[in-house]
Design a protein around this ligand. Structure first.
Ligand SMILES: Cc1cc2nc3c(=O)[nH]c(=O)nc-3n(C[C@H](O)[C@H](O)[C@H](O)COP(=O)(O)O)c2cc1C
Length: 325
């Protein structure tokens, strides 16, 4: 089976994150050196029953490629139909199946990580999507280690996914019951990677370029996927790539560069109109502004105002204060 083209080198993936990995952020992260991006998850049922409402989540820019669209669901046939609709409508570089989401809304409908409790169905879903898409679009998967510590099933799940024709698997090194607690178990990720032939992308708690280098040097996974660290520091991809290729770690961006990045992110989000008008965009961006501000010296006192900001003009005034003007 031919390798996915971006896996010809150790790949840096932007993680799919609901409410975060939108088309603007994916494009910015590509500019900052991410090799691959992914949309947040969309529900197969939503795609099939309410495409007009759902399609904005799978809008691709062209500048965010290679990009995967992530899909979740519990019915093989519906997953295959939704995958076909997406592949025809937006031509993603790959279609990723979510077997890791822990949130009750998804698990309650037997999607996401609940499929780790039913591996025959997990395999059936993957097989149905792979067979529907054929040569048109490669299929990948993202999963956790298992439902809980007593039911670790990642090695068996990986084998079933490989047998179904899945081309790569991202493993978040936690169980569903851990949610985001504890630390990701990279030994367990390595164990899976050493047992199967298809590439494994490691995920969980990559916080610095040095963490990326640790995994590249270990030589077990084909790449790493970065989520929360990229929300605060999207330049982690560029700094990590430079560390991997030259052995030199570039400095963190200074306060002015961070502020300008933040402002550009917000302006592009407003322009894109993904979240309605300027007020809607500002409301959606508040959590993101707080994440950016964490890295800006002296910005602590401005956090309450950032948490309430409702216009670009207000944000620009706060930015002036962050820059000490
Ligand atoms: C706000 C947020 C939203 C997320 N949404 C998704 C999602 O839509 N699909 C998915 O597979 N994982 C989702 N995740 C999980 C991340 O992709 C990733 O597996 C997890 O954050 C661990 O990686 P990290 O330690 O680098 O953050 C989400 C995580 C966060 C923090």
């Amino acid at each position: 089976m031919q390798k996915l083209p971006w896996l010809s080198r150790f790949s840096l993936y932007l993680a799919p994150m609901a409410g975060v990995s939108d088309v603007v952020f994916r494009t910015l992260c590509r500019e900052e050196g991410a090799d691959v991006t992914e949309t947040e998850f969309v529900s197969a049922e939503g795609v099939l029953q309410a495409w007009e409402r759902t399609k904005r989540y799978v809008q691709l820019s062209g500048k965010d490629r290679p990009v995967g669209v992530q899909l979740f669901g519990a019915h093989p046939e519906h997953m295959a139909q939704a995958a076909r609709l997406i592949a025809d409508a937006v031509q993603p570089d790959f279609l990723d199946i979510n077997f890791g989401c822990p949130v009750p809304k998804v698990v309650g409908k037997n999607g996401g990580s609940s499929l780790l409790k039913n591996l025959p169905l997990l395999g059936e879903i993957a097989r149905a999507v792979v067979s529907e898409l054929g040569e048109d679009c490669p299929v990948t998967a993202k999963m956790r280690l298992g439902w809980d510590a007593q039911s670790i099933c990642a090695p068996e799940a990986c084998q079933r996914l490989e047998d179904a024709g899945v081309r790569a698997i991202a493993i978040h090194g936690r169980t569903r019951s851990q949610q985001y607690g504890g630390t990701a178990d990279w030994d367990a990720i390595h164990d899976c990677a050493s047992r199967i032939a298809i590439p494994i992308i490691g995920n969980g708690d990559i916080r610095s370029p040095q963490d990326v280098q640790r995994e590249r040097d270990a030589g077990v996974v084909a790449g790493v996927m970065i989520g929360r660290a990229a929300m605060q520091s999207p330049w982690i991809f560029r700094r990590a790539r430079q560390l991997l290729s030259t052995g030199q770690l570039p400095p963190e961006p200074d306060a002015a560069e961070r502020v300008h990045f933040m402002l550009r992110h917000v302006r592009l989000t407003i322009e894109q109109g993904l979240y309605g008008d300027e007020t809607g965009a500002m409301r959606t961006m508040r959590a993101r502004l707080l994440a950016y501000a964490k890295g800006i010296p002296g910005s602590k006192a401005l956090r309450p105002e950032l948490a309430r900001v409702s216009s670009m003009a207000q944000l620009e005034a706060l930015a002036e204060q962050m820059l000490g003007r």
